[in-house]
Design a protein around this ligand. Structure first.
Ligand SMILES: *Cc1c(COP(=O)(O)O)cnc(C)c1O
Length: 456
């Protein structure tokens, strides 16, 4: 290995920084798109050799052949799934985090980083109206965030009520209530935990409500559940469940109330929609992905607990070689989720928040909401498309009248092949539809019009 003083490492450093700077300055970024493995074999081929091909050559190969084979999630017409549009500040700081060799798992090793991350978490906790003692950790994504919260919920239920004793032998009191619109990661978490997910039917507005929840709990026996998951912004439609009435029923039955805001939690910072989240302040745990609608790079999910002690009891790993950490009264992020070694992945988000201030975040989120509202109106003005449900947040699901599933797919493939836009079909109740997920403040009304024009 060469030291940084080495001439060639210096040149490589310059080249890497220049590449990063140029990429961040691109406006617009190219959409790019996938290539087949054969094509990549042809242009890139075997890149790992006994002697190495050299950093400059590897960088050139990435720039010329590999990067163009990756879709740019921050392209303003990337409106599929949930895009990721990091601020320049957060993306640049990702480089700094990478260069800094910080262990973000413990206070002993990463105090400065953990201190800053905790301020970013506190901003989110305040938006949600969580109490003073709330806290948590940045994990890789909503999937791990949801799983970690549910593990804490189950441990808490075990410790609190000795559920096994109450329900007798042979029963498995490990149910989670959630709607069918809950994200697939809830089902996945239940699989990992060998828990059972029980679906609660939604109301006429397609939301989970306290009444619907109570019915299901009573039918199965409330003592057989350890958690209820509500969603504050479903992935497909952006629907916010009736959090206040769900919270009330959770209280009534002593159940852990988890709110999955991986996508939609960011709307807490937007006054125009804030009242839709009423009741979130009563959650026992809450997640939001800054890598979705809070302009941070992958991979970053904020996981918050009302009472972190419950999570600590569930997640702290114990071993003789860790005693020096676990016996200290410090805040060790690793104690609040699955995983031990940890990148200080909240720092790019923190840096951008510190740089721009929270008002800029409110403005940017409001801007995306305005574009989504425009999209819904514009769809209403065109006779060949139709909004399926009025958007709660920044996702707009709509149908192209008369199209078959194949036509949606061909249209979507063509937009990507032309590097014009990335908008994929979705479905609801067996019907093929499509959707715009607007989380990029650079997505404009013109982009929306231009994409709708291609469907005429
Ligand atoms: C995206 C999403 C998740 C999963 O988050 P990842 O960061 O992709 O793991 C969970 N819940 C909801 C509501 C989501 O939109």
């Amino acid at each position: 290995m060469h030291g940084f003083n080495d001439e060639s490492i210096h040149a490589l450093g310059q080249a890497v920084l220049k590449y990063a700077e140029d990429r961040l300055k691109l406006d617009p970024v190219p959409l790019d798109g996938p290539r087949s493995e054969e094509e990549l074999d042809r242009v890139a081929g075997q890149t790992i050799t006994p002697d190495g091909i050299g950093g400059l050559a590897a960088l050139k190969l990435f720039e010329d052949d590999l990067a163009p084979a990756c879709i740019s999630t921050d392209h303003p017409r990337y409106l599929s799934f949930i895009p990721c549009a990091p601020t320049e500040a957060s993306a640049m700081f990702d480089l700094v985090v990478g260069a800094s060799s910080i262990y973000g798992g413990s206070w002993l090793e990463g105090a400065g980083a953990v201190y800053a991350e905790n301020q970013a978490l506190r901003w989110i906790a305040d938006l949600a109206g969580f109490p003073e003692g709330a806290g948590g950790v940045f994990v890789p994504g909503g999937t791990i965030g949801n799983l970690s919260a549910l593990v804490a919920a189950r441990e808490t239920a075990r410790a609190r009520a000795k559920l096994e004793e109450r329900t007798g032998p042979g029963t498995r009191p490990w149910r989670v209530a959630a709607t069918q619109a809950a994200h697939s990661s809830i089902d996945s978490a239940c699989q990992v935990m060998d828990a059972e997910m029980v679906g609660v039917p939604v109301d006429d507005a397609w939301r989970l409500t306290g009444d619907r929840l109570r019915e299901v709990l009573l039918r199965h026996g409330p003592e057989t559940f350890f958690a209820v998951v509500a969603t504050s912004g479903t992935t497909n439609f952006g629907i916010i469940d009736d959090l206040a009435s769900v919270a009330e029923v959770c209280r009534e039955f002593g159940l852990w109330f988890h709110v999955d805001g991986a996508y939609g939690g960011a709307g807490l910072a937007a006054p125009s929609v804030r009242d839709r989240y009423r009741g979130i302040e009563l959650a026992d745990s809450f997640i939001v992905d800054p890598h979705k609608w809070l302009f941070a790079p992958f991979d970053c999910c904020a996981l918050l607990y009302r009472e972190p002690a419950f999570a600590r009891a569930a997640h702290t790993q114990k071993a003789s070689y860790l005693d020096v950490l676990t016996s200290a009264p410090d805040w060790n992020p690793t104690d609040y989720a699955i995983g031990l070694t940890r990148r200080a992945r909240g720092l790019p988000f923190w840096f951008s928040l510190a740089t721009h201030g929270t008002k800029a975040y409110t403005d940017a989120i409001e801007r995306t909401l305005a574009v989504a509202r425009f999209a819904a109106e514009e769809i209403g003005r065109r006779d060949y498309v139709e909004v399926v449900r009025e958007p709660d947040l920044s996702v707009v699901v709509f149908r192209r009248l008369g199209w078959t599933p194949e036509q949606y797919q061909e249209w979507s493939d063509r937009l990507l092949a032309d590097e014009f836009a990335f908008v994929v079909p979705t479905s609801h109740d067996g019907e093929t539809l499509t959707r715009f997920a607007v989380v990029n403040p650079n997505t404009s009304e013109d982009d929306i019009r231009a994409i709708l024009d291609t469907m005429a």
